[in-house]
Design a protein around this ligand. Structure first.
Ligand SMILES: [Zn+2]
Ligand SMILES: [Zn+2]
Length: 277
């Protein structure tokens, strides 16, 4: 299995500036799982030759635009141009139904194009079976503005990948991520720039000391951290936590296994289009 980062940016300023893409990332194992497709997911996928029609599971962890913006268009690709009922959507209650200050962020029309829709709830587990292959999600809690949001630990192909999603550190968060091969941390800010509701490097250090993953990957950087080199921040986190930490970059693949490159050319898409319309 490998992890492919389409976009590694987060934060309100970078969201508009797109210094780093906000396209989210993919887990490529026996099932293809796309996580948090913010603005740039569609364009980045084209850039990196990702065949979106091959995505089995789409995960949208919460109702913030840097996580859901391109979800519907990805679902059109997953469901054969929205002509079939295909694919699995895993999303928070706020994304699927709205509630409180949120409207739903994926239309009912698109939700109905999926073969299965799963509401991710912190503390629960769900197994997904697609074409005879399986992946198991264990949803983790977040302390973030969208209270129905979640992080997860995904078990697939004998590996465990953890993802914090957005949210600040709280005592005990690391317990949920014990035993991970990789832990992806949405580390918006540097250690000295603590910000409520989001993870900064100080929180990441505490989290990693508790969780002890084999490797940590920091991503979802805010503008200030992007300008001050996330690689240096990763070095600091490694030194202080004792956990090997790397900084994600747009277009970076981590881990072995099947490659990302799609064999499908633009011409193939044009051919598909001819068949469909
Ligand atoms: Zn975010
Ligand atoms: Zn958020």
């Amino acid at each position: 299995m490998n992890i492919f980062f389409v976009g590694t940016g987060g934060g309100r300023v970078n969201l508009i500036a797109q210094l780093r893409s906000t396209g989210g990332f993919m887990l490529n194992g026996s099932l293809k799982v796309y996580v948090d497709p913010g603005p740039g997911a569609l364009y980045g996928s084209k850039q990196h030759k990702i065949d979106l029609s091959k995505i089995d599971i789409l995960v949208v962890t919460h109702n913030h635009i840097d996580h859901y913006n391109d979800a519907e268009v990805l679902m059109e690709a997953m469901s054969g141009y929205a002509l079939q009922k295909k694919g699995v959507l895993v999303a928070s209650k706020s994304v699927l139904e709205g509630g409180g200050k949120y409207d739903l962020s994926i239309s009912r029309y698109h939700q109905e194009k999926m073969q299965q829709v799963i509401t991710g709830v912190a503390g629960q587990r769900n197994s997904v079976l697609c074409n005879g292959k399986s992946a198991a999600f264990s949803f983790t809690p977040v302390r973030h503005d969208d209270e129905t949001g979640f992080g997860f630990v995904l078990s697939m192909d004998g590996q465990k990948i953890g993802y914090t999603s957005d949210g600040e550190y709280f005592e005990g968060l690391g317990e949920y991520f014990k035993g991970c091969d990789y832990l992806i941390v949405n580390n918006l800010k540097a250690e000295e720039d603590c910000i409520p509701d989001h993870m900064d490097s100080g929180g990441a250090i505490k989290l990693l000391k508790e969780a002890q993953p084999k490797t940590a990957i920091i991503s979802h950087f805010g503008m200030k951290l992007i300008s001050s080199m996330p690689e240096l921040e990763a070095q600091k986190i490694s030194a202080k936590s004792g956990v090997k930490t790397i900084a994600a970059r747009d277009g970076m693949a981590v881990g072995g296994g099947e490659g990302m490159e799609s064999k499908k050319s633009l011409l193939d898409y044009v051919k598909d289009e001819d068949e469909v319309f």
